[in-house]
Design a protein around this ligand. Sequence first.
Ligand SMILES: [Zn+2]
Length: 332
Amino acid sequence: MRALLAASLLCGLAGSIATVIPMEASAYVRTRTKASCRPLRWAQTCIFLQPDAELLRTDMASDAVLDAIQGAIRSWNDRLDPSSFLRLYYLPPSESKEVSQTDRLGSIKFRFERWCRPAKDASSSPICFDPAATAVTTVTFLNKPTEPEQDGQIVDTDIDLNAVGYRFVDGSLPFPVGEKRPLVDLWNVLTHELGHVQGLDHTCSLDFGSVPACMTDDKGAAIPSCTELDNMRRTSQSAESAYQAAMYPTSVAGEYSRRIPTSDDLAGVISTHPAFSDPQICKIPSVVSGCQAAAQRAPHQDAAHLWALLSMLCLPFLLMLRLRRKSELRTP
Ligand SMILES: [Zn+2]
């Protein structure tokens, strides 16, 4: 039904071009479990996000970093209210520590020396990310294919930001001179990553990645590659919408046109988290300073059982220095 409503925007155009365009572009795409292909979702109202105390050193003033983080959070919250029950809550930084996939806190961590998560202990290895990725959101969820009520429930998300290969900036201000790293608008990137936090996937597949057959958009259509999507933009309004979405997976240097989620991005969150099904669960994670008492009251499930069933996804956001697209953007 949603497909019909969306297609009506295209009216006669959709019908006339149906024979030359192999697939429609995605309005929004939900991230799914690999085993059962169920859409990921939150079963709680509040998602708590906290930047690490070590921000961007000399790259960007701390106040500007925190403004960008809070700006990205507001850009979702202000538009999801009152249609969705999900709320992103900003917690001010308190200490510098490593991220944890089991603490239920959405950590926001900048990486400087290595674009990796360090080894947890002597027997493990660092987890290094794609050098082309400006940021990676790790979504941890329950992987219980035979228990539909719990399968796909998100329990933790963390955002790593690549300050090794990129210089984060406020793209609306004059660019720093003499910087060798490509420039990235921090707010722009965070709006995208917060889409992943809320269970959204990219509106097109990056060329080097494979998409599971069950991975479709909200209309049930296969996800186009980003190359296909870029080609479809000329003739398809829905392809153009998918390109403009915050969940489009690449950007050009310093770009800040995707700081605000589009109506398609918002629909992707609302569809899975509508206001009328608010679970009204809002517990501050126990690891947050001063909140230990709240945590002790929250052994909702058997912890060992819960964490044994976790699965993990990493979703990168890339910066593509594509001059062709730059020139397109300059076209009035
Ligand atoms: Zn992404």
